[in-house]
Design a protein around this ligand. Structure first.
Ligand code: HEC
Ligand code: HEC
Length: 266
């Protein structure tokens, strides 16, 4: 082979290499970008700050039904005029629709009633989070002079006159009709009041078509504006404990708060 031919061969070989490298770069770069985007999207999905309402909660059906009866029973109030259901109307989203709830002797309270739906998922109860559980919460309305205005001994005495309650409590609770068992039954009923599979829940579970584009944009802003600093976890409430600094939020009513956003009013 002549020297000339040899240098031509090297030149053509090199040129082919450069062209092949360019074609490869054009074909591969967009692909690697696409991979980056899909990876970051799936990372975003796994760190969603709000979790969907569970589809079911394991509960004793006997206690749920007994609690439902108590929730609707006006004998829990001092003058047998108001039940829990008077202010938490289950057919109206678990609220009374009033700016201030109306208690015993037509007295207006200080604040509006939040929903009882999904209240079992709340991290604290009441607007300012002053009750740590559904069981503890019940002492509030039952004894409040502007709500049901009763005392436990009077309410228990009335319930003990009811044969149906006597047999139901005897079946479910070792101590029969007691404040603790009444609270347990009502709280168990409240825990059954969940609203799974709303459009937002379906979206959180991966059904991207469950929300409109405008709603998805609103959710994006809800996250980017920092609403999720307080409204996160299940029920768009909070997950932090009241002892932690990030939880020391002063609410409208003062004190340490639990921020709920009900899933049923929308
Ligand atoms: C007179 C109307 C009225 C009656 C009767 C009443 N509630 Fe309420 N309920 C309210 C109001 C008002 C609040 C909010 C009070 C607050 O945050 O200070 C509330 C709060 C609650 C909450 C807290 C929910 C949350 O998201 O923080 C639960 C749970 C609840 N009530 C259950 C009950 C039960 C159970 C009964 C019966 C034993 C009952 N209520 C009786 C008006 C009422
Ligand atoms: C610093 C904590 C904090 C941040 C941040 C925050 N919230 Fe709240 N939010 C609360 C608390 C606490 C309550 C309940 C007590 C109250 O109303 O005072 C509440 C109540 C609400 C309610 C009423 C819920 C109901 O069930 O009626 C809505 C709606 C709401 N917030 C929306 C938002 C939006 C939208 C943002 C962002 C722009 C936001 N919040 C940011 C703490 C916060």
């Amino acid at each position: 082979m002549s020297r000339r031919l040899w240098s031509w061969s090297i030149f053509i070989f090199g040129l082919t290499g450069v062209i092949a490298w360019k074609i490869a770069a054009i074909l591969l770069v967009p692909q690697s970008r696409a991979t980056e985007i899909s990876v970051s999207a799936s990372v975003a999905e796994t760190i969603e700050p709000i979790s969907p309402i569970p589809e079911s909660v394991p509960l004793d059906p006997g206690k749920v039904s007994l609690g439902g009866r108590l929730f609707n029973d006006p004998r829990l109030s001092g003058d047998n005029s108001l039940a829990c259901a008077t202010c938490h109307v289950l057919g109206k989203g678990g609220v009374d629709g009033l700016r201030r709830s109306i208690g015993i002797h037509a007295q207006a309270g200080e604040i509006n009633a939040p929903t009882v739906f999904n209240s079992g998922l709340n991290f604290k109860q009441f607007w300012n989070g002053r009750a740590v559980s559904l069981e503890d919460q019940i002492d509030g309305p039952l004894q409040h002079a502007k709500e049901m205005d009763s005392q436990w001994p009077a309410t228990i005495a009335k319930l003990k006159l009811d044969e149906h309650y006597k047999s139901e409590f005897a079946k479910l609770y070792r101590d029969g009709i007691q404040p603790a068992s009444v609270k347990d039954a009502i709280a168990t009923f409240e825990r059954s009041l969940i609203t799974p599979n709303s459009r937002f829940d379906r979206y959180l579970k991966g059904d991207r078509g469950a929300l409109t584009r405008e709603e998805i944009d609103g959710y994006r802003r809800f996250k980017s504006y920092g609403c999720i600093a307080c409204h996160q976890g299940v029920n768009v409430g909070a997950t932090c404990s009241s002892g932690s600094a990030s939880c020391a939020i002063t609410s409208r009513t003062g004190g340490i708060s639990r921020p709920p956003i009900s899933g049923v009013s929308a």
